[in-house]
Design a protein. Structure first.
Ligand code: C5P
Length: 234
């Protein structure tokens, strides 16, 4: 049985991939399935949390039970939702695969082939939502005790620098916990299993053995729980 140790804790989780439109029918997207974010939402709800998922594109058959699901498409929309909802949350988990870039402009009608061949796609940089949330906390726009968790999808293995990249990313992002995922070659994106490390800003590093995304979610929430002040658990 799962521990009922997140009763009343307000958890906001981003999940899935963003889609950045090029024209009315095309977008730039990614292979995120939303499985890990949904698994976290399900597990947190089962442990008594009040959960909202802000979801982009997902490959999940249905919404997790007992969870509020808000749909977004683009990184900009995700940034707006997360910024707004983080102010009312005890825990914020950025599990979404956010596009780093978006087309500078969206064509009003479908882009034609044209005789001159393809036109280059001009890109603008999206805001880093996770960093923005940490900044908001530092500047007092969201409560100081809000727990902020990030994800890092890294290719390679332990020896190929995944952990080093994770440590550096944790420092750059400034979040409390970073879930480092080993991706590529059939790992993580769209698969049932996950593996990696859980790095905390206090320096602890926990290996997450290969297992289901549900198991991974439990391990992550076990650590999150230790960071939520007692008064927040009702
Ligand atoms: O820098 P990188 O994309 O590897 O960081 C991954 C983490 O940052 C994830 O938690 C992701 O949700 C978040 N992210 C974000 N905004 C972006 C890009 C990534 O919040 N524009």
């Amino acid at each position: 049985a799962l521990p009922y140790d997140l009763a009343g804790v307000r958890v906001v989780i981003s999940a899935g991939g963003t889609r950045e439109p090029l024209d009315p029918v095309r977008f730039l997207g990614n292979r995120s399935s939303g499985k890990q974010g949904f698994a976290l939402a399900r597990a947190a709800a089962q442990r008594g949390a009040q959960v909202t998922v802000v979801a982009g594109s997902t490959a999940e058959p249905g919404d997790p039970a007992g969870v509020e699901v808000v749909r977004i498409a683009t990184a900009t929309e995700l940034a707006d939702e997360m910024t707004k909802r983080a102010a009312e949350a005890d825990v914020v988990i950025m599990a979404a695969a956010v596009a780093d870039f978006r087309p500078t402009s969206v064509a009003e009608s479908k882009i034609k082939k044209g005789a001159a061949g393809p036109a280059p796609i001009e890109l603008a940089t999206n805001p880093d939502i996770l960093r923005g949330l940490v900044e908001s906390r530092t500047e007092g726009r969201i409560p100081a005790e809000t727990v902020i968790v990030g994800f890092a999808a890294e290719t390679g293995d332990e020896h190929g620098g995944v952990l080093d990249h994770g440590r550096a990313k944790l420092g750059r992002k400034g979040c409390d916990l970073l879930v480092v995922n080993a991706v590529g070659e059939g790992k993580a994106f769209g698969t049932e299993d996950n593996t990696g490390w859980l790095l905390s800003s206090t320096g602890s590093e926990t290996a997450l053995p290969l297992g289901s995304k549900t198991l991974m979610a439990s391990r992550i929430l076990d650590q999150v729980r230790t960071l939520v002040p007692d008064g927040r658990r009702r």
